[in-house]
Design a protein around this ligand. Structure first.
Ligand code: ADP
Ligand code: ADP
Length: 226
């Protein structure tokens, strides 16, 4: 069974905009897939449909054999990471990371255990009590990653997660992402308009334009294309 399948997926917004059309893709467990294309080509819309945040106009998104449209939010095996981190500004770091476990109804002792462990792993324990909006971009994206991963998703969805970082931090977090994905062995779907990120990180690149898949290639194939 594939970890993730998109079968002839399309999205038409209420205003008639055709954002995505005829999107087909099958992703194996543990693959790192990048959606690459210019602004407006439908990357985020596709990612949001996989996350269950956006209704699907046509076709199916299937995760581990289950149709996303049939899964209530707390049962979806995905977490999403955003360019702007989307942390809860009034909560401290610990509470931000704990949030998804509360939503899923985990008991307090287990929440504390799991949050403690992941803060440790991400080097965030010392700032557990800080408000998230006081911290640097790199720290905030690490908190967002910890918040997404603490629920142990099968698939991590990343929407331009390096886009708000300066060039140095972008390289650091890019390296951390690659290590993390290898270590966890879970599927990553990564949206970017930056070719260097797509080629540097992914096992396969889905090249998009105008709501359609242009080609699906390995970075090596894209590098050596005449
Ligand atoms: P990308 O992520 O590649 O920049 P998007 O998925 O955000 O592309 O957008 C694809 C197309 O859908 C664009 O033409 C965009 O303007 C349009 N679009 C995105 N969100 C909405 C919306 N909520 N309502 C109408 N059109 C939208
Ligand atoms: P409450 O009874 O309000 O749920 P908790 O005892 O869960 O309070 O925790 C209060 C605050 O202490 C949390 O919001 C969090 O900031 C912090 N905290 C709790 N456990 C830990 C931990 N293991 N590591 C770091 N901070 C923690």
């Amino acid at each position: 069974m594939h970890d993730l399948e998109l079968i002839n997926v399309g999205k038409v917004y209420d205003d008639g905009t055709v954002a995505v059309a005829g999107f087909d893709l099958a992703v194996e467990k543990g693959e790192f897939v990048a959606f690459l294309g210019p602004s407006g080509c439908g990357k985020t819309t596709t990612l949001r449909m996989i996350a269950g945040f956006e209704t699907i106009t046509s076709g199916d998104v299937v995760i581990k054999g289950r149709n996303v449209s049939d899964l209530p939010p707390e049962r979806r095996p995905t977490s999403m990471i955003f360019q702007n981190y989307a942390l809860f500004p009034h909560m401290n770091v610990f509470e931000n990371v704990e949030y998804g476990l509360k939503v899923r109804g985990l008991a307090k002792a287990e929440r504390q255990e799991r949050v403690g462990r992941i803060l440790d792993k991400f080097g965030l324990s010392a700032i557990a009590q800080e408000r998230a909006d006081n911290l640097s971009g790199g720290q905030r994206q690490r908190i967002a990653l910890a918040r997404g991963l603490v629920v142990e998703p099968d698939i991590l969805l990343l929407d331009e997660p390096l886009g708000a970082l300066d060039a140095n931090l972008r390289r650091v977090i890019q390296d951390e992402l690659k290590i993390l994905q290898r270590e966890l062995g879970i599927t990553f779907v990564f949206v970017t308009h930056a070719q260097s990120e797509a080629l540097g990180l992914s096992d396969r690149v889905v090249v998009m334009s105008n709501g359609k898949v242009e080609q699906i290639s390995t970075p090596r194939e894209l590098y050596t294309r005449p």
